[in-house]
Design a protein around this ligand. Sequence first.
Ligand SMILES: Cc1cc2nc3c(=O)[nH]c(=O)nc-3n(C[C@H](O)[C@H](O)[C@H](O)COP(=O)(O)OP(=O)(O)OC[C@H]3O[C@@H](n4cnc5c(N)ncnc54)[C@H](O)[C@@H]3O)c2cc1C
Length: 404
Amino acid sequence: MTQTTQHLAHLNVLISGASVAGPALALNLARYGARVTVVEKAPALRGGGFAVDFRGHVHRTVLTAMGIRDDVHAHQTHMGRQIVVDADGTPRVDLPAEMMSGDVEILRGDLSRIMYERTKDTVEYVFGDSVATLTQNDGGVDVTFEHGAPRRFDLVVGADGLHSLTRRLVFGDESRYLRFLDHYVAGFALPNHLGLERTGRVYSEPGRAIALGHSGGDPDRAGALLVFRSERLAYDRRDTAAQKKILAERFAGMGWEAPAVLTALENTEDLYFDAIAQIHVDRLVEGRVALLGDAGYGATMGGMGTGAAIVGAYVLAGELALAGGDHRTAFAEYEARIRPFAKGCQKISGNAGPFFAPATERGIRNRDRMYRLLASRPLARFFKRLTEKAATDIRLREYPGCGR
Ligand SMILES: Cc1cc2nc3c(=O)[nH]c(=O)nc-3n(C[C@H](O)[C@H](O)[C@H](O)COP(=O)(O)OP(=O)(O)OC[C@H]3O[C@@H](n4cnc5c(N)ncnc54)[C@H](O)[C@@H]3O)c2cc1C
């Protein structure tokens, strides 16, 4: 059981971003008595996104120390097998749940809400606003906002995702850090017209793939995941209509359930659309500003980004508590511990694009052959050990109040 302490009662921290990394850090800092403000650009906590998973003893320890392990288990998806199908729906390969879903799988939106609910009475959440400028000096960070009045904080943490504004303002332009991996991914909820029940189907044509899945909850709703291979596209990230248009063009003429998926796409309001990319920064901290989660070491898809964000939040808060709030010591420790760990997770996440959407027919056949091998018992165990190795490749220190 975790305890609340007053190690950081004198500290006033701003976190930019309220998805996974932001609320996770808020929760950890609040346990040490810090005053925390989270600013989120979206007008409310964002739902949506598909399943994210946790695996291995490090994730388990962190979820337990944060006091959310039971809640995460209570909301887990219980996703079953995923089946790779032909254009007419005939199964080609059967992928066992344990290979795809880690030890415990939860919808990103549910995870975010659990941490938000735990912190909303002790942490100040400001929705519908964003940092505009950050100016550091010896005593603190002066922050102006797009809407709210200027304020001063002891520390600022950028947990604002792959396209982090904090990173751009303090560390430099995104083009220096974002490695585009030749694919885009989209996700949204849609009617469960196949009547799937805790299972998924994946269909690929050269350079594009659609996965449909139902992972629990409302039996009438399913999730769609669309992946396509592409050169870099120029589009406005706030313009959902433009993103829908791109998807409609890229998936036009595709077989299997594509026509139904494209019809549902027209009506969706919760579209997630992004490049498959990784973030590689040369440092995670600069003075009183630190990067956390996807902002510092993101990897779209692959299942390790969320675990890395949670572990990062736990270590950052723990190091601050150990150092009595001295950010120089704590940030240096955070950087030294998290960078190699996050790099290992990124390596394993690799590039999910070609797995979903191999570029050629031959590539699809080779992928399916590999899936068949991986789905066999001994190799599935090997695959699990491999991902678990990266997810556990960090020695957690004993932090105040964590009683490990
Ligand atoms: C709606 C949504 C759906 C997602 N769906 C998937 C998915 O299906 N598959 C997948 O692999 N990953 C998905 N992700 C990414 C996934 O959540 C992360 O890879 C991982 O959990 C690490 O989370 P993060 O908090 O570091 O970054 P993110 O989850 O990307 O969160 C960043 C947060 O910062 C906010 N933000 C951005 N700019 C600003 C700003 N200027 N000021 C204030 N706030 C800002 C964003 O609105 C967002 O809430 C999704 C993210 C979101 C927000």
